[in-house]
Design a protein around this ligand. Structure first.
Ligand code: KIV
Ligand code: ZN
Length: 523
């Protein structure tokens, strides 16, 4: 890249922990939020929207702790257009060295009808709330939610009010994923040309992917003059998701010849954070997803393989190393030692302490006994599973018999709070029978929302990773496991999710982490 100026710098605003986490089922634990925030900070994300502090005690604590720990990124919290939300948000983000309050209100005719405000009443509210936020924090972002369906004149009017009241960033959300690239570029360009004071603030773009155009719309907005892209890892987010961080960042990098803007992202960290977000959110990445899908760099067909061998540029526009995928690497085996394991984990992006390595090494040896070659993907699967010692439920043993007619019998032995309990159940296949046996041992009303199996590598001895999502009384918990036996992995993933549900229920005493404000109230 030559002759770049600050004018060409695009700020990356990541909202995985707010807009991404509000996606039904993507709920993360406190520790997982801290881990993801640390990875975002390390990869060079400029601004992390860490949550919605007034939504719950849990959100407040997560935003506060992320704010305290952040090293480089600016930490932002979301607030609706009222003083209580804004004050709570400030209480959480004020701990960060660099902070931001993001306040918003729905400005389109449909969204104005929700609080039943006239245009004038809403304009007054915007002035009051943005001024209030600016009195607390010198960095304030304001969003007219559903901007792309707001009347042009009214949109210009409220943006001008927000700028006058002290907003430093104006975000233009395409809340329902309705816009298209030409319109997106034109809207930002005309706003910058029309609204008084527009040249003193940064314009941001926040796109949803309902029509599959979020990445294109975000890049078009940058062409129109926006200099902040709001996005999430893997495009996580409600409905069809948000703009995917990895897509906009790699598009700007790969086609810098026609999109001469740059970001501060260390792209070699993309793959690792993508895997962690997929695991902790319980949202596996589709195989053919751009940049981070399992097949994004795979070349299966004979013609492609031949072309790749002659010159990789024949079929590859990016190098796998650029996103942190290690090139061809030798598998480990049962004779590999601890140093080799640590070395391999480090190249895959995992930093492990001595105690953690000890535990992983035991699990690695166990896997290597069952599987001749342990590939990178096997290790990633192994690292995604966190069997906690103080779990209420632990799998002791299981025995499954399958019949040709679909009926299966499963005998499961669990340790429940230190006591062994056994149950045998029949079901429509081995997984159904096993889940029934677990429910017989630990009766619960949790509804299975998701059950997903992926083969990690090829071959009949491949590990299966299983994701399970359970819902009970509005609480959601996900569980993952990996094993060369799919039924064992399924049982462990189910138990993992149950343990997390139990943990949440326990916390739901005084100061429970149940959301008082549903994110559904927002969009
Ligand atoms: O999509 C949206 O409009 C939002 C706002 C809260 C910015 O997420
Ligand atoms: Zn959004």
């Amino acid at each position: 890249m030559t002759n770049v100026t600050d004018q060409d710098r695009v700020v990356i605003f990541d909202t995985t922990l707010r807009d991404g986490e509000q996606s039904p089922g993507a709920t993360m634990t406190h520790a997982e939020k801290l881990e993801i925030a640390e990875l975002l900070d390390e990869m060079g994300v400029d601004i992390i929207e860490a949550g919605f502090p007034i939504a719950s005690e849990g959100d407040f604590k997560a935003v506060s702790e992320i704010a305290e720990r952040s090293k480089n990124s600016r930490i932002c919290g979301l607030a609706r257009a009222n003083f209580a939300d804004i004050d709570r948000c400030w209480e959480a983000v004020k701990h960060a060295e660099k902070n931001r309050i993001h306040t918003f209100i729905g400005t389109s005719p449909l969204h104005r009808a929700i609080p039943n405000l006239t245009q004038d009443e809403m304009a007054d509210k915007i002035h009051e709330t943005v001024s209030h936020a600016r009195n607390l924090c010198e960095n304030v972002q304001w969003s007219p939610m559903d901007a792309t369906r707001t009347e042009w004149d009214y949109l210009c009017r409220v943006i001008e009010i927000a700028i006058k009241a002290g907003a430093t960033t104006i975000n233009i959300p395409d809340t329902v994923g309705y816009t298209a690239p030409v319109e997106s570029a034109d809207l930002i360009k005309r706003l910058i040309e029309t609204v008084p004071g527009a040249d003193e603030v940064v314009f941001a773009t926040h796109c949803h992917n309902d029509l599959g155009m979020a990445t294109a719309n975000s890049l078009a907005a940058v062409a129109g003059g926006a200099r902040q892209i709001e996005c999430t890892i893997n495009g996580l987010g409600e409905r069809a998701g948000n703009t995917a961080l990895e897509e906009v960042v790699m598009a700007l990098r790969t086609r810098n010849d026609i999109m001469p803007w740059y970001t501060g992202i260390d792209t070699t960290k993309i793959m690792h954070i993508s895997r962690r977000v997929a695991t902790v959110a319980g949202f596996p990445v589709q195989f053919n997803k751009a940049i981070v899908g399992k097949n994004a760099f795979a070349h299966e067909s004979g013609i492609h393989q031949d072309g790749m061998l002659k010159n990789r540029e024949n079929f590859e526009i990016m190098r796998p190393e650029d996103i942190g995928l290690s090139g061809t690497s030798l598998p480990l085996g049962k004779h590999s030692g601890r140093a080799a394991l640590r070395d391999k984990l480090e190249t895959l992006g995992y930093e492990v302490g001595d105690n953690q390595l000890k535990d992983i090494f035991v699990r690695f040896k166990d896997l290597a006994d069952r599987k001749k070659e342990v590939f990178d993907d096997d290790l990633i699967a192994l690292m995604s599973v966190d069997d906690e010692a103080d779990d209420h439920l632990q799998l002791v043993s299981m025995k499954v018999t399958c019949g040709t007619g679909g009926q299966a019998e499963s005998t499961v032995e669990l340790e429940v709070d230190g006591k062994d309990v056994i149950a045998t159940e029949h079901g429509d296949g081995p997984v159904d029978a096993t889940f029934k046996a677990i429910r017989a041992i630990y009766p619960n009303t949790a509804r299975l929302q998701l059950y997903q199996v992926h083969a990690v590598t090829e071959g009949t001895d491949a590990q299966a990773t299983v994701s399970v999502r359970l819902e009970e009384d509005g609480m959601i918990a996900t569980g993952q496991s990996a094993n060369t036996d799919t039924v064992v992995a399924s049982a462990k993933a189910y138990i993992h999710a149950l343990n997390r549900l139990i943990m949440r229920r326990e916390k739901a005493g005084p100061g429970a982490d149940t959301r008082e404000i549903s994110y559904k109230d927002l969009t």
